[in-house]
Design a protein around this ligand. Structure first.
Ligand code: PGA
Length: 250
């Protein structure tokens, strides 16, 4: 067996009010008490405060789902990394495919956000992954390698090794169609090789790479047992208490 400490992150997307978030995390705490994995809930901005309070005294860490790359200024509706950091946020999801698709995120903005996150002491969970059309056209490797390289432009090795990369094939997100363990491992390995090319063997051996896309209680542990898969970014199943507790167990 490998390997790195598994990181299981629930991506709640636009779900749960502050009160619901608090109740969920309080109920989750005893269920994940025995887990050795790193457990993260990426909650909506307005849920951060109650989530952090609810998670106190447990191993659950709170993440944001996005942030702006500027430190402050006239950016109506945006949230800075420093604001998140000060609240006690540890991780921030950057470049989720829904943000790329619906909110105009580009590889350039992803790179700027990664740099900004590290600057204020947040660890980015950087999302990459191909569409079905790209997979069918044989472009998965080229596309994912490009996204990884673009995300890490000008990011020093000492920071890069603390990043988490989430491989999320777009065709597997919210569709119930999980990548096979072999498909997921193949791309996660490719990502690790890309990090090795960009930095070094050392960085590539410590950086954590998650799989995301219809991770469920009944497929999570097989996926996480693969050599290059260090946990998961979990959407739908992270909203269900028992499912997320089962996925986080270990
Ligand atoms: P899913 O979402 O688990 O519902 O497929 C994963 C994600 O979008 O991070």
């Amino acid at each position: 067996m490998s390997k790195r400490k598994l990181i299981i992150a629930g991506n709640w997307k636009m779900n749960k009010t502050p009160a619901e978030a608090s109740a969920f995390i309080k109920a989750l705490k005893p269920l994940v008490k025995g887990s050795k994995n790193e457990i993260v809930c990426a909650v909506p901005f307005v849920d951060i405060q109650t989530s952090i309070t609810a998670a106190r005294g447990s191993r659950i860490k709170i993440a944001a789902q996005n942030m702006h790359f500027e430190e402050k200024g006239a950016f109506t509706g945006e949230i800075s990394g420093q604001m998140l950091k000060e609240m006690g946020v540890k991780y921030v999801i950057i470049g989720h495919s829904e943000r790329r698709e619906y909110f105009g995120e580009t590889n350039r903005s992803v790179n700027k956000k990664v740099a900004a996150a590290f600057k204020c002491g947040l660890k980015p969970i950087i999302c990459v992954g191909e569409s079905l059309a790209q997979r069918d056209a044989g472009l998965t490797a080229d596309h994912v390698r490009y996204q990884v390289k673009a995300a890490f432009v000008d990011i020093p090795a000492e920071q890069a090794k603390k990043a988490v990369i989430a491989y999320e094939p777009i065709w597997a997100i919210g569709t119930g169609r999980t990548a096979t363990t072999e498909q997921a491992e193949e791309v996660c390995r490719l990502i690790r090789m890309t990090v090795k090319e960009l930095y070094s063997k050392r960085v590539s051996s410590v950086i954590r790479i998650q799989y995301g896309g219809s991770v469920k209680a009944d497929n999570a542990h097989e996926l996480f047992s693969m050599e290059d898969i260090d946990g998961g970014l979990v959407g739908g199943a992270s909203l269900k208490l028992d499912d997320f507790a089962t996925i986080s167990a270990g």
